[in-house]
Design a protein around this ligand. Structure first.
Ligand code: ADP
Length: 465
């Protein structure tokens, strides 16, 4: 039942109850122990005093020569002097008859207990009052008797009662203080969480720009806030990228669609009667439709490349064979080009990548090499093993890329020479697809180029085991 209730409390409530409880229990155990230790110590002190007294009495009697019961009876004044408040001292003979008895505010009728064989200390309750009773055998010369000291624990009781009262009062104050402290502890824990929740609500209402002001303390909650801010940065960036991508894609789609529309209306108006216009427009429209189709296919490839999940066990691909096949296709498609393949003598290199992805990568690089070559129609491929990677370099002797543009060519829709590239049918997606793909397999893509002299694109693909 109790557990159920605690579970239903808010986090603040839980923290308050738990920390107040912990503080209070600690206090309670500590004072309880303290009270009992002090009490025991006081009792020991009382006993010690009594033992000292009895020792003094014994020495006093022992110092007398041939001590008799009469001497003992006459020692009253000594005993009175020795006695303390709330204490009774008496000496009894062997039969339990009282020889001498002095009392200072501790009149009590003690039962004759016979002669004990050694010192005995007992606790008694007489008339609801606590007494310590000490019995010590008296053994001097021929005399056999008992020295008895009864001590009323009035002072001890007073001290312990006062101590108990003080501790109870402090306990109540401590309970209130621990409840307050618990509340404060809870509040200081909850405050940053509340800020977090408020920021989340603000993000929901006002957009992704909002961030949390992270406090300077470097604790776990501050870490959580930092992580949240970083996550929001990532989300905002990826949202912006998405938006940019959609804008770029629509822009790319708009141009061929506008051209198509232009030719169709031209055909509608004039083409029915003018054969030349009919021919020309149909050809142009087909070309644009072709470009549109290619663009859509490339968009699809990009989205597929983004979604690639590499399985743990990839069927290794024989790189030499795959390159040979793709190059063969290109030879058929571009008979005016010379393709040179330089591969190692040693055992064929095997790469850890899906076969169709490897072929697609080769296709993108060879397609670019062909597209951006002008006079020297030669393309050289080389295959090497470098550490845990197999590298495939595709070199062309074409127009090249200016140094400052090299880092941009992997961006989506990026074309170095906008007009020329469009002529060639490129939308600026090929290299971004390649990069997306190779990143997923844990490989790299690098590019070197010199304007007018040609370009080398190098793929590093993880070697298969
Ligand atoms: P595209 O489909 O336009 O070729 P890519 O992403 O494949 O798109 O390439 C981006 C740009 O990089 C191209 O528009 C082109 O300007 C440049 N580029 C790529 N490969 C080469 C190359 N082998 N030689 C010269 N320029 C290249």
């Amino acid at each position: 039942m109790k557990r159920f209730r605690i579970r239903r409390l808010s986090l603040k409530g839980k923290l308050t109850v738990l920390s107040a409880g912990a503080i209070f229990i600690t206090y309670f155990v500590f004072t309880f122990l303290q009270y009992h230790i002090v009490k025991q110590w006081l009792l020991n002190e009382e006993e010690k005093t009594m033992e000292q007294t009895v020792a003094e009495i014994e020495t006093y009697y022992a110092e007398k020569r041939n001590v008799s019961w009469e001497d003992i009876r006459r020692s009253r004044s000594f005993l009175e002097k020795l006695n303390e408040r709330y204490q009774l001292i008496r000496v009894t003979d062997h039969d339990g008859n009282v020889v001498v008895s002095v009392s200072n505010g501790a009149a009590v009728s003690l039962l004759p207990g016979g002669v004990p064989d050694k010192l005995k200390m007992d606790e008694h309750f007489v008339n609801n009052e606590r007494f310590l009773l000490l019995r010590q055998p008296l053994h001097i010369g021929n005399l056999r008797g008992t020295i008895e000291i009864a001590r009323r624990l009035t002072k001890f009781q007073q001290v312990t009662n006062t101590l108990f009262a003080i501790m109870t009062v402090i306990g109540v104050v401590a309970m209130a203080a621990s409840a307050l402290a618990g509340r404060l502890v809870a509040q200081s824990f909850i405050r940053p969480l509340k800020t977090l929740a408020q920021t989340m609500a603000a993000i929901k209402n006002n957009g992704l720009k909002q961030r949390i002001d992270v406090p300077s303390a470097r604790d776990e909650i501050a870490e959580l806030m930092l992580m949240f801010n970083n996550m929001m940065d990532d989300i905002e960036r990826s949202f912006a990228m998405q938006r940019q991508f959609v804008e770029d894609a629509s822009h790319e789609l708009r141009t061929p669609l506008a051209i198509l529309q232009g030719h169709l209306s031209l055909l509608q108006r004039w083409g029915k009667h003018n054969r030349d216009i009919l021919e020309e427009s149909l050809e142009a429209a087909t070309k644009e439709a072709e470009r549109l189709k290619r663009l859509v296919l490339e968009l699809l490839d990009l989205s597929r490349a983004e979604a690639i999940t590499v399985p743990k066990e990839v069927t290794p691909v024989n790189a030499v064979a795959a390159i040979g096949q793709v190059v063969e296709n290109f030879r058929v498609l571009h008979p005016d080009f010379e393709f040179i393949v330089d591969r190692p003598e040693r055992a064929p290199a095997r790469v850890a990548i899906a076969k169709h992805h490897f072929e697609q990568l080769l296709f993108i690089l060879l397609d670019n090499a062909v597209k951006y070559s002008q006079h020297v129609k030669k393309i050289a491929l080389s295959l090497r093993e470098e550490g845990s990677f197999v590298t495939v370099a595709v070199r062309d002797y074409g127009i090249g890329i200016p140094q400052e543009e090299l880092q941009n060519v992997f961006l989506r829709f990026y074309r170095v020479d906008k007009a020329r590239s469009r002529e060639q049918g490129g939308a600026g997606l090929g290299l971004s697809i390649a990069k997306e793909m190779i990143d997923k397999y844990g490989g790299h893509i690098m590019m070197e180029s010199e304007v007018g002299r040609g370009t080398t694109v190098k793929l590093a693909i993880p070697k298969a085991e």
